[in-house]
Design a protein around this ligand. Structure first.
Ligand SMILES: NC(=O)C1=CN([C@@H]2O[C@H](COP(=O)(O)OP(=O)(O)OC[C@H]3O[C@@H](n4cnc5c(N)ncnc54)[C@H](O)[C@@H]3O)[C@@H](O)[C@H]2O)C=CC1
Ligand SMILES: O=C(O)CCC(=O)C(=O)O
Length: 451
């Protein structure tokens, strides 16, 4: 799938970003041309991955790495192992990642990669053999100062270990060439937690913007989608801050808390065990009538009737226009994406319309490239620790993560105020896109990449 073939997910991300850059281009005409340059990846690598299944049969998959932009630092971004992976999806993720990484304030360019390999239903030995074959093919394109991958959907710390091991063997080098490593061999404290925790820290600022300094998660009803790493740690942080979690989901459906029930830390611990065993969420059961599973891929937005905060944390386009209507009807005032491009453009426009009309009563939307940037931010901190041959404590990393999320929120807010629609509550999506784009564009100009 190369330049002239349809790439709907990439085109969606590109058009969504461009739509919010218009007020910036009106005041800064000269930046317009760099947008077309940024949308084209510096390199796209695709490769064959041959591996042996448990019946000793040779199997083959596609592997990819989209190296989108290195103006701010080495390419940085996750690897996705999922049967739907193709270049359209990876190009959208890589473009989002470039602006996201800029918003962290850390020296990281942007990229994304993965494979159409499906970890579901595979044995541990098959996962190891596939990951090693994938890592062998990828190794010649990555390195601590070139391109530093990490995990995304379907790629766990276990996979990171296999890719790390094969790289170390091939290059005779111990280096921080991947993040999300095990805590005893170069991984940062809190990297698994970082995206979910960071999301909740970001939303806490959104709540305070609307409700004032006393506002926060205490007493808030929160609907979460997904049940992987991002969803689990976001939910745990919501509970820690006094909110209640009413749902989780996976591609098969949604598990919804009934009546006054909500998910406890113990329930989430069980979900963690189910997910690392690569089993379905419905395996948790109804816990004696506490939960109800809605099958056929049902999403939680319409199933829960009243809630304050929505945290889509599964996959792209999981909130469409009709879901957005349900979110608004449920009295929800805050939605922020743990997932990348969790909302369709129509859903974003529906939320933004309510914000522009009455920011205090409408729905404030936190775009993924800002709200879920805590994961890659702690990856950046992992790179720093690896370079210094140091390890920071969980408390140190958490303090830095909170600072980065606050800074990221403030940049989105102030840039949204400068280029926004003049509404009482600024557009965080316009702010995120303009601030991230300008930072990358300015670095590219300094490097002579446009003039
Ligand atoms: N892991 C990270 O650090 C970061 C992840 N993200 C994004 O967060 C989202 C979740 O990623 P992780 O939790 O890391 O992955 P994961 O592999 O741990 O979990 C993914 C979850 O999404 C669900 N899911 C996958 N496809 C689905 C579909 N078509 N419909 C409904 N549910 C589906 C899975 O069942 C699983 O519960 C993704 O959009 C990812 O790009 C964003 C920033 C960082
Ligand atoms: O930690 C990283 O490098 C990337 C995380 C990621 O894939 C993302 O931010 O979407």
């Amino acid at each position: 799938m190369y330049p002239n073939t349809p790439q709907p997910e990439f085109e969606q991300a590109r058009d969504e970003i461009f739509s919010t850059l218009k007020p910036f281009f009106e005041k800064n005409e000269e930046y317009k041309k760099v947008w077309d340059i940024i949308c084209v990846p510096e390199q796209v690598i695709s490769f064959r991955v041959v591996w042996e299944d448990d019946k000793h049969v040779a199997r083959v998959n596609w592997g990819y790495r989209v190296q989108q932009n290195s103006a701010l630092g080495p390419y940085k971004g996750g690897l996705r192992f999922h049967p739907t992976v193709n270049l359209s999806i990876l190009r959208f993720l890589a473009l989002e990642q470039v602006l996201k990484n800029a918003l962290t304030g850390l020296p990281m360019g942007g990229g994304k990669g993965g494979s159409d390999f499906d970890p579901k239903g595979k044995s541990d030995a098959e996962i190891r053999r596939f990951s090693k074959a994938f890592g062998t093919a990828l190794a010649k394109h990555i390195g601590p100062d070139t391109d530093v991958p990490a995990g995304d959907i379907g790629f766990t710390g276990e996979n990171a270990g296999y890719v790390f091991g094969v790289y170390k063997q091939l290059k005779s080098e111990w280096s921080g060439m991947i993040t999300g490593k095990g805590p005893d061999w170069g991984g940062s404290a809190l990297r698994p937690e970082a995206t979910g925790y960071g999301l909740v820290y970001y939303v806490d600022h959104m709540i305070k913007l609307v409700e004032g300094a006393q506002g926060g998660f205490k007493g808030k009803k929160v609907v979460v989608s997904g049940s992987g790493q991002v969803a689990q740690f976001a939910a745990l942080k919501v509970i820690e801050l006094g909110g209640t979690v009413l749902s989780f989901s996976d591609s098969k459906g949604s598990l919804i808390a009934k009546g006054d029930a909500s998910f406890s830390e113990q329930d989430i611990e069980e979900i963690y065990k189910i997910k690392i065993a690569r089993k379905e969420l419905s395996t948790l059961g109804d816990k004696g009538g506490k939960f109800e599973f809605h099958a056929d891929g049902a999403r939680p937005w319409k199933l829960v009737k009243a809630y304050d905060v929505a945290l889509p944390s599964a996959t792209q386009n999981e909130v469409d226009e009709s879901d957005a209507e349900a979110v608004i009807k449920a009295g929800c005032h805050f939605i922020a994406e743990g997932s990348n491009m969790g909302c369709t453009l129509e859903a974003i426009q529906a939320f933004e319309k309510t914000r522009a009309k009455d920011g205090k009563k409408g729905v404030l939307y936190g775009p993924g490239k800002a709200a879920n940037s805590g994961g890659v931010a702690v990856s950046g901190l992992e790179m720093a620790q690896n370079s210094m041959r140091l390890k920071w404590s969980g408390e140190e990393v958490d303090t830095k993560l909170k600072g980065i999320m606050e800074e990221c929120f403030n940049i989105c807010k102030t840039t949204g105020e400068s280029f926004g629609d003049g509404a009482e509550v600024p557009s965080l999506v316009a702010g995120a896109n303009i601030a991230g784009f300008k930072k990358v564009a300015d670095a590219m100009k300094a490097h002579g990449d446009w003039w």
